[in-house]
Design a protein around this ligand. Structure first.
Ligand code: GLV
Ligand code: MG
Length: 352
């Protein structure tokens, strides 16, 4: 997608109720790993300058996981980092700077926005809004940002990313994606979503050993099922439905879907599996809660050398893009060409 040349002023016009979703041009910048840090944690904050250039996105988290007593210190810490860190955020940044503000029903969200935008709005690429329930939450943030940007004389609009972590948010996912031309993407918030849905899990993302299907029992010659026999079980993906809904809504509105947090830092194997499922379903990236998850995300959300090589062979074999060809015994046609172009385009964006 081409880079946006819109200025902050373009975002000041309210969206007409019932108007069709505007055609948006979200700047395509790699964001395979959105690495979370707590700006109130001095040890973590001190490491940020060395991380610039090693990860696609650094996100200063102000919301959950930051203690209530540290909210002010986190906000101030993020302002310092945004002001003082070379190469972080803004048009020339080698790593994007995002923040997750506090939720709109908390006492902190307004101060987060009114502090950050004047101080480091020129560096902030994306604001992640948690617990988004519907288009009205995005409209509120959109209008507030437009005022703050105009007052600060910012030329470049700050984009908005919503976390889907309530049942109502999931029900309204399409209207959330289309609520503002600022919308950059959506992430799954599996922990809050599980609680809101009254799921019986206690983890942050990932699977559950109890959510499984069992192979049918073997039957004897007379057709009787031996329900006592040993049978293989297969763990199912708790998040498939929500991610598929997110992916469709994002595709419909031309914005980007992301997985979210995977809280079991030690289980790098399950983390990689969960991220890969999301990538294959259409997500472009995920959150990283520990530096070791950055490498996993970069690997998983970049197409493999073999996949790119195969995709390029299909593109070449398809010539003018119409008709069908046989390649390695498989039929390829216009639709397989389109799938291959998704991988080729992604490889080119990541290499740019
Ligand atoms: C993330 O915010 C989550 O609730 O999983
Ligand atoms: Mg949450």
């Amino acid at each position: 997608m081409p880079s946006s040349s819109r200025s902050a002023k373009d975002f000041f016009a309210p969206l007409a109720v019932g108007a069709p979703a505007p055609v948006r041009e979200v700047p395509a910048r790699p964001s395979r790993a959105i690495h979370f840090f707590d700006p109130s944690n001095e040890k973590m904050a001190a490491k940020i300058p060395q991380m610039v250039g090693t990860v696609d996105v650094l996100l200063g988290n102000l919301e959950d996981a930051v203690k209530a007593d540290n909210k002010l210190a986190a906000r101030e810490g993020l302002v310092r980092i945004g002001r003082d860190t070379d190469g972080l955020g803004g048009p020339g940044g080698t790593t994007q700077l995002w923040t997750r503000i506090n939720s709109l029903d908390s006492p902190w969200a307004l101060d987060d926005l009114t502090t950050l935008v004047p101080a480091i709005g020129h560096r902030l690429d994306v604001i992640m809004v948690p617990k988004v329930q519907g288009a009205e939450d995005i409209h509120y943030v959109d209008r507030l940002l437009a005022q703050l940007e105009a007052r600060a004389g910012l030329e470049r609009p700050i984009l908005v990313h919503a976390i889907l972590e309530t049942a109502r948010g999931v029900a309204n996912v399409e209207e959330i994606c289309g609520a503002s031309p600022r919308m950059q993407g959506l992430s799954l918030g599996p922990a809050d979503l599980a609680a809101d849905r009254r799921m019986k899990t206690t983890r942050v993302g990932g699977g559950h050993p109890g959510y499984l299907v069992r192979q049918d029992p073997p039957t004897s010659a007379d057709g009787a099922a031996d329900v006592g026999a040993d049978r293989t079980t297969y763990q199912q993906d708790l998040w498939h439905y929500t991610i598929a809904r997110m992916v469709d809504a994002c595709a419909m509105h031309g914005i980007y879907p992301y997985y979210g947090p995977f809280g079991d830092i030690a289980d790098v194997v399950a983390c990689e599996d969960q991220f890969r499922n999301a990538f294959l379903l259409g997500c472009v990236g995920t959150w990283s809660l520990h530096p070791k998850q950055i490498a996993i995300a970069n690997k998983v959300f970049s197409p493999s050398v073999e996949d790119i090589r195969h995709a390029r062979r299909v593109v070449a074999a398809m010539g003018d893009g119409t008709g069908a060809v046989m390649l390695d015994g498989k039929m390829e046609d216009d639709a397989s060409l389109k799938q291959c172009l998704v991988l080729v385009d992604l490889a080119e964006e990541l290499a740019a």
